[in-house]
Design a protein around this ligand. Structure first.
Ligand SMILES: Cc1cc2nc3c(=O)[nH]c(=O)nc-3n(C[C@H](O)[C@H](O)[C@H](O)COP(=O)(O)OP(=O)(O)OC[C@H]3O[C@@H](n4cnc5c(N)ncnc54)[C@H](O)[C@@H]3O)c2cc1C
Length: 389
């Protein structure tokens, strides 16, 4: 039986009509490219001139896509989502810092997410990005096997210590953790860290989850090989499957540095490999726990179909669906209502620091054809339904 994603009464049950109207206007604005570009420019200018624009951001984008400025601020969102059996993944979304002091501060904050999550069924996973703990240039050097200087080797030891501290915390609190995937030129270093952490902690329980981006043409093979290696070492693997977020950046770097494009030739190839990865994980569900991080309805439906065809219970602990806060509620809420394991990434952080995350959300939504069109039509449908009742 299919899950009915069109059911807007369930999808927006948690939202009051004024909240829905606000979301409607927000997505409407996001659908206009010129507005997003102007907004981006004014935001940068506003911060540079120290204008009081934080209030505007907080009342608009922040309210839709962010849990708050601190873990404590996120509590109402956590409660609200859990009322509908949707878990929260607290995502400390401070980006672009590049010094040891900031990396240590990130580590400290990520450890606090474990303190919040530990023993709290409403928070099924924690998450971190290695670039929140390490310099990109260092990760790039390691990924290309370029020899490190003495100073860089010491820096790398500090990065490993930070990652080990987080993973040990995950293990000791029995709180599974996702390691986000990033750009291809730094991913080998991230993959290596994730693998070492899996070897350490994934024996009895699946604690460490690495992320696989299926917009890369080499990742389905990587997934199968990872599974093979894990079997050789007697461990299980945790995976977050995503399509991938850095398409344009990847393509333009490959062109400018003249190396083969690491990305699939087209969207349908990405879709094909994403669904093949879902199938592979379902076929090996004893060894692999995974989370489908996606807003694609067809893939969510495909995963539901795979589970049903193999008589896998909807709440099997090895299968999760995840979306971002403020996006694709029709998928999250309808899946949760049908008994599937669902969680939302709930980003948080000081307004100014979360702006790059918000800009990416805005840019991602700047297409009436794509995500925004879908969000707008579902919200309109629900507002009409409510006005009839
Ligand atoms: C919970 C969650 C966690 C996430 N974690 C990460 C992460 O750790 N790392 C990361 O990189 N991303 C992450 N993402 C973002 C994700 O990779 C996608 O960018 C985003 O979810 C859009 O893809 P989709 O599956 O929702 O669906 P769709 O909207 O169907 O697919 C859009 C995606 O398809 C791919 N695509 C589009 N056009 C083409 C083309 N011409 N050729 C080839 N491929 C194309 C791109 O990956 C694009 O993002 C996460 C998303 C979620 C929901």
């Amino acid at each position: 039986m299919q899950v009915e994603f069109e059911n807007t009464a369930i999808a927006f049950e948690s939202k009051s009509t004024p909240e829905l109207q606000r979301a409607y206007w927000l997505f409407k604005m996001l659908s206009a490219k010129w507005m997003v570009n102007t907004g981006k420019f004014l935001t940068k200018l506003g911060f540079a001139l120290h204008l009081p624009i934080q209030g505007i951001i907080k009342a608009t984008l922040f309210k839709q896509f962010v849990g708050g400025e601190s873990i404590e601020d996120c509590e109402p969102t956590i409660q609200q989502l859990w009322k509908y059996h949707i878990g929260t993944i607290l995502d400390y979304s401070v980006e672009g810092k590049n010094d040891e002091k900031s990396f240590d501060a990130s580590l400290h904050e990520i450890l606090r997410t474990f303190d919040k999550a530990s023993g709290d069924e409403r928070i099924p996973f924690c998450v971190f990005k290695v670039t929140g703990l390490a310099r990109q240039e260092l990760l790039e050097k390691l990924s290309q096997a370029t020899p490190l200087t003495q100073e860089e080797s010491e820096e790398w030891e500090n990065v490993k210590k930070r990652v080990e501290t987080i993973c040990l915390k995950a293990f000791s609190t029995r709180q599974p953790v996702f390691i986000d995937a990033e750009e291809t030129w730094i991913q080998p270093a991230i993959d290596q860290l994730a693998w070492e952490m899996m070897l350490k902690h994934n024996h009895r329980q699946i604690i460490i989850y690495n992320t696989i981006q299926l917009y890369r043409h080499d990742r389905l093979e990587y997934l199968k090989n990872l599974h093979y290696q894990a079997k050789q070492h007697g461990i299980k693997i945790g995976l977050k499957l995503v399509r991938g977020a850095y398409l344009e950046k990847e393509r333009s770097r490959a062109v400018s540095l003249n190396y083969p494009d690491p990305i699939q030739p087209d969207k349908s190839a990405t879709d094909r490999d994403f669904d093949a990865a879902l199938k592979y994980c379902i076929q090996n569900i004893e060894d692999i726990a995974f989370c489908a991080g996606s807003h694609n309805e067809a893939s969510a439906q495909f995963l539901v179909h795979l589970m049903q065809s193999k008589n896998i219970p909807s709440n099997h602990p090895h299968v999760w669906f995840a979306q971002l806060l403020g996006m694709s509620d029709h998928i999250s809420f309808n899946l949760a209502k049908a008994g599937y394991n669902v969680a939302k990434y709930v980003p948080y952080g000081p307004v100014k620091e979360v702006v790059p995350y918000l800009i990416r959300r805005a840019e991602e939504n700047t297409s009436v054809k794509g995500q925004t069109g879908r969000e707008l039509s579902l919200i309109t449908q629900e507002l009409k339904r409510r006005s009839r009742n």
